[in-house]
Design a protein around this ligand. Structure first.
Ligand SMILES: [Zn+2]
Length: 448
């Protein structure tokens, strides 16, 4: 396959643009290769976007009716929305959510999803269901199950077992598009025993732990009250903080904990829109450092939209931040995924890299070069410009259509499942789990 005539953004950070044709063979960018030609004249060819933290299971929640008292804080959002929804999920709704979530990811130019899955009444085999759905569409993914003690010890064990089973299988079989992490919910729903078991499993299997960390003040307070140390220190103490660890959010990490995260070389996934949507506070992007990737936390997988919102949110605090900021952090997401796949060139369009790329149909209204590209990214480009998408050398979107599935059919199937899911959900009351350490704090909890 040869992609001809496009302007190739070989790297997002630093921006590097060439006018060379892109040759693809056996799933990789190659120096020279023959085969079919795809005319990309008037287009930009960019590396596929990575969403470094998402929850595909939330795909069927769009427009879901809500009849309980309005939540006043993050814990109540979990108790009244997400911890009800996840218990209503069954295998078929997990499959449908992965299919439509994966479909929307590809159509918006996102080629890799780092997913964090929870379905406490359908745990066993759930990661295989997601893997199968994403493989059908051709989405690259890193999957894990959200181990938690909030639904009792049996489900905590089942969650850990599912992580281990899946991580061992993908380590053995090395499927081209999928890797595993060990997933855990968050410090405030994890006992010392469960957290230690997750950390030990991750170490033994040589994969990272993927966990929410200090997303809301309650997580941090619970850890301080119960364990005498903050969340990151607790993770470090459990042996769970290292260069493979992926922490989601990190909004309430203090200076000492940020130093621990940096010393461990752990990665953080910043989810600007989710932080705003859940009113958890603002991540301290000025001090969190370079190992910050961008995620959506389940608000779709459109990384153009996510990076744009993250940028504007940052600019409210720091008008000096440049439009290259989101590009640097998208690149960090690709680095994290590349490390998991042992593909250090992933995220770049260069010889030897996996051929994960997106063809954008875009007529720049101002000069486009390496210097101006970040401005075009933030103020002009978007998922509406996505024409074709390639993952591991295969076209998965061509002329704005999935190549391997029918979008209307997938959406219709998802609506049937969403309807059933919402009916089951109506029978489930607010979750009764309360953080043990959280009780000693005044209620409702307020953000400092
Ligand atoms: Zn999350």
């Amino acid at each position: 396959m040869i992609l001809t005539g496009g302007a190739v953004v070989a790297s997002l950070a630093p921006v590097h643009i060439t006018g060379n044709d892109v040759h693809v063979s056996d799933g990789r960018i190659v120096q020279d290769g023959g085969g079919e030609r795809r005319d990309c004249s008037g287009c930009l060819i960019v590396p596929g976007n990575v969403c470094a933290h998402t929850h595909l299971y939330s795909a069927l929640a769009r427009g879901m009716p809500y009849t309980l008292e309005p939540p006043e804080n993050f814990l109540q959002i979990l108790q009244r929305v997400w911890w009800r929804l996840d218990r209503a999920l069954d295998e078929e709704s997990v499959r449908a959510s992965a299919l439509v979530g994966g479909m929307e990811a590809l159509l918006s130019g996102t080629t890799t999803l780092v997913d964090h899955h929870a379905s406490p009444t359908a745990i066993d085999g759930s990661l295989d269901v997601i893997e199968d759905a994403l493989r059908t569409l051709g989405v690259r993914s890193i999957l894990c199950y959200e181990t938690s003690d909030r639904d009792g010890p049996e489900r905590a064990q089942a969650g850990l077992r599912e992580n281990r089973r899946f991580a061992e299988r993908v380590r053995r079989e090395k499927p081209p598009l999928t890797r595993g992490l060990i997933g855990a919910h968050a410090s405030f729903t994890l006992s010392d025993e469960t957290l230690a078991a997750c950390a030990d499993t991750a170490r033994e299997l040589e994969v990272g732990l993927h966990i929410h960390a200090a997303e809301d003040a309650i997580d941090e307070r619970d850890s301080v009250v119960l364990h005498g140390i903050g969340v990151a220190a607790r993770l470090a103490h459990a042996g769970a903080l290292n260069g493979r660890t992926l922490l989601a959010h990190g909004v309430h990490l203090d200076d000492h904990e940020i130093a621990l995260v940096h010393a461990a070389n752990a990665s953080l996934a910043h989810n600007a829109r989710s932080n705003m949507n859940n009113a958890v506070g603002r991540a301290r992007l000025d001090v969190l450092g370079a190992r910050v990737a961008l995620g959506t936390d389940g608000i779709g997988s459109d990384m153009f939209e996510e990076s744009r919102t993250a940028y504007f949110r940052l600019r409210e605090d720091d008008p000096g931040a440049g439009p290259d900021w989101p590009l640097r952090h998208l690149t960090e997401g690709a680095r994290f995924v590349g490390a998991a796949f042992r593909e250090r060139r992933l995220g770049r369009i260069q010889t030897g890299a996996p051929a994960d790329l997106v063809v954008l149909e875009y007529a720049p209204p101002a000069p486009l070069n390496a210097g101006s590209f970040p401005g075009h990214w933030v103020f002009g480009l978007g998922s509406r410009t996505v024409r074709d998408v390639m993952v591991a050398g295969e076209w998965v979107v061509l002329d704005r259509r999935l190549t391997r599935a029918d979008e209307q059919e997938l959406a219709a199937g998802a609506r049937v499942q969403a309807d059933r899911l919402w009916k089951r959900l109506a029978e489930i009351g607010p979750h009764e789990f309360e953080p043990r350490g959280g009780r000693r704090w005044p209620s409702p909890l307020t953000i400092e």
